[in-house]
Design a protein around this ligand. Structure first.
Ligand code: AHR
Length: 479
């Protein structure tokens, strides 16, 4: 009797486990994803993750008339977080016109906001600093520390700060008196205190390349991320329409940052408009980290349409977008492409061959052993085209192209009107067969058959049964 009871209990336990495996989409390995846009009509977005567990968000508002803050314990939480105005445009003098591109920084136990302020009736925009006391910047007492005095009294904006080898620096955009046919170069100087530069600033970049000079000759919106023994300084270039794009300066962490020669400019833009994903004028970025601290996240603005009537600065629809920042094997950042609106994509890395990723291909099979990032990014559409608990796999590079199994062939195809398309382009996502920290994709309507990725460099996709030898080929880690 006891033996039967034990058998019954074990059978029940197995059934429960199997059910859980099928019904519980693998969350352990789930790469953090976000839904874009994070905030409508919020340009030049700046998100900083503080030690208090909050993400703090600020940005330019379309009216250019105030500084707003939001905070939430997740990046996505910022979408619905209440907004607090911590400073408003003045009636006259400095700060009575444009209020542009605020950034919030915690420095030596106080909050600081760097912002560009204009003077009504004049084209006179300068970098300005406010100091906040109190743990929560949304309720802090803000004091105006005034304009940042620099080499020249000229158009200056987009100040940002970072610490390198124990020295705090300020980097900003400013017009050089000798180059009045250009809007702005990038300037760098150490800080004596958060609102005072020390010594003479140096020019580390000028809008000299063709893609920096479309509409306006601009280098602005600098942001620094330090990884792998280098400083990567991104900036934005050209007019703020669909030509707006991002460039990159790179310096070694051991270099003298105040020597302009230390900063090597990538000769082509690293982040540009993309008609396929309907993202235009991406730029003025900042960097933060994911909730689990494991991924870098790039924050930027863009528009969902290409053409603008009138001055782009008067178009209110630059919105806040976020996406994971990837890193290449050589330690440099891989910005990829601005991803489509909606849930951000992931890569599907083979458990059997860790250097192998699912990759987009047109035609019968993958053709490249070195796919670009965007070729390896996919949105896991839930529910999938078959509805219910299905998942479909949609290309990021070519939105609207779904992985479909038809006539024993796996290909990427546009969502068709064929009645069978929905089920043939759907899977059931389950915990990884070879590792529960991964995921596997059972072919919709074909129990026991799973999507698999071969291990050769341009291996084709296939379907395998869940026997032991094949489980690794049918298990993917999302990153
Ligand atoms: O959004 C206002 C200004 O537009 C920002 O300061 C600048 O980066 C962009 O050109």
């Amino acid at each position: 009797m006891a033996r039967n009871r034990l058998r019954q209990l074990l059978a029940t336990a197995f059934l429960v486990l199997a059910t859980l495996l099928v019904l519980t989409p693998a969350t352990a390995s789930a790469q953090q994803t976000y839904r874009n846009p994070v905030a409508e009509q919020r340009a030049d977005p700046h998100i900083t993750k503080h030690t208090d567990g909050f993400y703090y968000f600020t940005a330019t508002v379309p009216e250019f008339d105030k500084i707003i803050l939001r905070r939430a314990t997740t990046i996505q939480g910022l979408t619905t977080a209440p907004e607090t105005t911590v400073w408003r445009r003045k009636a006259s003098g400095v700060g009575s016109n444009q209020v542009w591109a605020p950034e919030l920084h915690r420095i030596d136990g106080k909050w600081y906001i760097y912002v560009a302020l204009g003077v009504s009736g004049q084209w006179k925009i300068r970098a300005f600093v406010l100091e906040g006391t109190g743990d929560n910047p949304l309720t802090a007492t803000w004091v105006e520390k005034g304009l940042i005095k620099t080499n020249w009294d000229t158009f200056s904006l987009d100040a940002s700060t970072f610490v390198h080898n124990g020295t705090r620096y300020l980097v900003w955009a400013q017009q050089e008196p000798s180059r009045t046919d250009e809007n702005s170069s990038l300037m760098l100087a150490p800080l004596q205190n958060p609102w005072t530069i020390r010594g003479t600033a140096v020019v580390i970049s000028r809008p000299t390349l063709s893609w920096e000079r479309i509409g306006y000759k601009v280098n602005e919106g600098p942001a620094v991320i330090q990884r792998n023994g280098k400083l990567f300084l991104t900036y934005s270039a050209s007019a703020t329409d669909y030509n707006y794009c991002m460039g990159l300066l790179t310096a070694s962490t051991s270099a003298d940052l105040m020597n302009p020669a230390s900063w090597v400019k990538t000769q082509t833009p690293i982040f540009v408009s993309n008609a396929d994903t309907k993202q235009y004028g991406p730029g003025h970025n900042s960097f933060t980290v994911s909730e689990d601290g494991k991924s870098d996240v790039m924050v930027y603005h863009d528009r969902s349409y290409r053409d603008i009537k009138g001055d782009p600065l008067n178009d209110p629809n630059r919105r806040t977008m976020v996406q994971k920042l990837y890193w290449k094997a050589d330690g440099t950042p891989d910005f990829g492409i601005p991803v489509p609106d909606g849930v951000t994509p992931v890569r599907l890395r083979s458990q059997a061959a860790p250097r192998m990723y699912l990759q987009y291909f047109s035609g019968a099979s993958p053709t490249t052993a070195t796919p670009a990032l965007a070729e390896m990014q996919f949105r896991l559409v839930v529910p999938g085209l078959a509805g219910g608990n299905s998942t479909s796999i949609e290309s990021t590079l070519k939105p609207g192209m779904f992985l479909r199994r038809a006539n024993n062939q796996l290909r990427f195809e546009a969502k068709g009107s064929q009645g069978s398309f929905a089920s043939e382009a759907s899977f059931i996502q389950v915990a990884g067969l070879a590792d529960a920290n991964g995921v596997s994709f059972e072919v919709y309507g074909q129990k026991g058959s799973y999507l698999s990725l071969g291990t050769s460099s341009t291996s084709s996709l296939g379907v395998v049964q869940a026997d032991a030898a094949q489980k690794g080929l049918a298990t993917f880690f999302l990153d």
